[in-house]
Design a protein. Structure first.
Length: 272
């Protein structure tokens, strides 16, 4: 595995690659969720590129940019074990060395996560587009846990006519059911136990729908019952374009849950 730090070096490497390229963009602090993406890329491409970059433009002023977990040495070892070919680890000055070409996220980025974190998706799409331009992948791999992000990236690729196949990958969970996230390390022992109610509520919603429930409000109310005494930011039932829906439509419904533990926001969802 070769670690790449500069855009110039990455461009030279990319020129020499003949074959399919799988790309996994990350912000580091790699866990089994990231590893599942890398393994999927490794199994289906001639070359695998992983990027690790904590992107400042997607953090709001009051968020955890400075304290976001950074584990460069451990992350590099994980990538080497997963047989990554190239690990791109640029500095902020490398990715943002000149006047910015701002990316304006579409209208459906201003609901849910985008409503809570205005401007967040502008930063996400900006850095993903930069990374796509540098790596020019055949396939790019994203987890379904960040459902709105995944949808917006798919939309950007379509709207900008990028010749990239976006591969959605399943949510990976701890044995307890808690969806894996780099921010889980912030949870204390009691919070981690309480956080299990999130996946419990998701599974319950899935079972309700499997038994024939189609009323979104009934499902939402049942989820709130499971999440009793937690600081629930929102529970929403939306279609695949992130429009809120009153009636659950099989194969066109996502149920989203966000819960706060102090400054820690945990996201989970189920795609129906």
């Amino acid at each position: 595995m070769k670690i790449v730090k500069t855009i110039e070096e990455l461009k030279e490497i990319r020129k020499e690659l003949n074959g399919t390229i799988g790309f996994v963009p990350t912000m580091g602090a790699l866990h089994d969720g990231h590893i599942s993406l890398i393994k999927e890329a490794r199994a289906n491409n001639d070359f695998v590129i992983v990027s690790i970059f904590v992107n400042p433009t997607q953090f709001l002023p009051n968020e955890d940019l400075s304290s976001y977990p950074r584990k460069a040495e451990a992350d590099a070892k994980i990538c080497q074990m997963c047989k990554v070919d190239f690990l791109f680890m640029p500095e902020v000055s490398t990715m943002y060395e000149s006047s910015e070409v701002l990316i304006k996220a579409p209208q459906n980025s201003y609901v849910l996560e985008g409503f809570t974190r205005p401007g967040h998706f502008d930063g996400v799409l900006q850095v993903v587009l930069k990374l796509f331009n540098l790596t020019r992948p055949t396939n790019a791999y994203f987890g379904k846990k960040d459902a709105q992000q995944l949808t917006l990236i798919q939309q950007m690729v379509k709207n900008l006519f990028l010749n990239i196949n976006i591969v959605p990958c399943p949510i990976i969970r701890e044995n307890s059911g808690l969806a894996l996230s780099s921010r889980n390390v912030y949870l204390d022992a009691n919070q981690k136990i309480e956080a299990l109610k999130i996946s419990k509520s998701i599974y319950m919603a899935g079972n309700l729908i499997a038994r024939g429930e189609r009323d979104s409000q009934i499902v939402i109310n049942k989820i709130y019952e499971v999440l009793e005494n937690l600081d629930v930011e929102y529970v929403k039932v939306v279609d695949n374009n992130f429009n809120e829906i009153k009636v659950i439509e099989p194969k066109n419904t996502i149920i989203l849950v966000v819960v706060r533990f102090g400054k820690i926001r945990l996201l989970d969802n189920i795609w129906m």
